[in-house]
Design a protein around this ligand. Structure first.
Ligand code: SF4
Ligand code: SF4
Length: 100
């Protein structure tokens, strides 16, 4: 039981939880600008404040970091914590218009 709890911490791998694919809850989508994101600019793993603070553990520590939109709820904490303001919260509806 304790192990189950530990797997649900913020740094566990994203995946189906009790609420399923929570990405459908999202109203705003976080979008990372690689021109401003520190690891993308430097080409080295660094910063990752977004990864550290994401409550759902859906951001990878890649270059640049990647967000798993199937599970990101759009809470905006990553955008708040990013030291360079590399993450913009964009209306989810604007992506629906692009798809149609
Ligand atoms: S917090 Fe901002 S600058 Fe740092 S890795 Fe995340 S997106 Fe890039
Ligand atoms: S919006 Fe919230 S859930 Fe989505 S990646 Fe950012 S911190 Fe994580």
């Amino acid at each position: 039981m304790k192990d189950d709890y530990c797997r649900k911490t913020s740094h566990s791998k994203s995946g189906p939880g009790d609420a399923g694919k929570t990405g459908s809850w999202r109203i705003l989508r976080p979008v990372i600008d690689p021109a401003v994101c520190i690891p993308a600019k430097r080409g080295t793993p660094s910063c990752y404040m977004c990864w550290l603070y994401c409550p759902d553990g859906v951001i990878s520590r890649g270059i640049p970091p990647e967000i798993d939109y199937e599970y990101c709820k759009g809470c905006g904490i990553c955008a708040e914590e990013c030291p360079t303001k590399a993450i913009r919260m964009v209306e989810e509806s604007s992506f629906i218009k692009e798809d149609t």
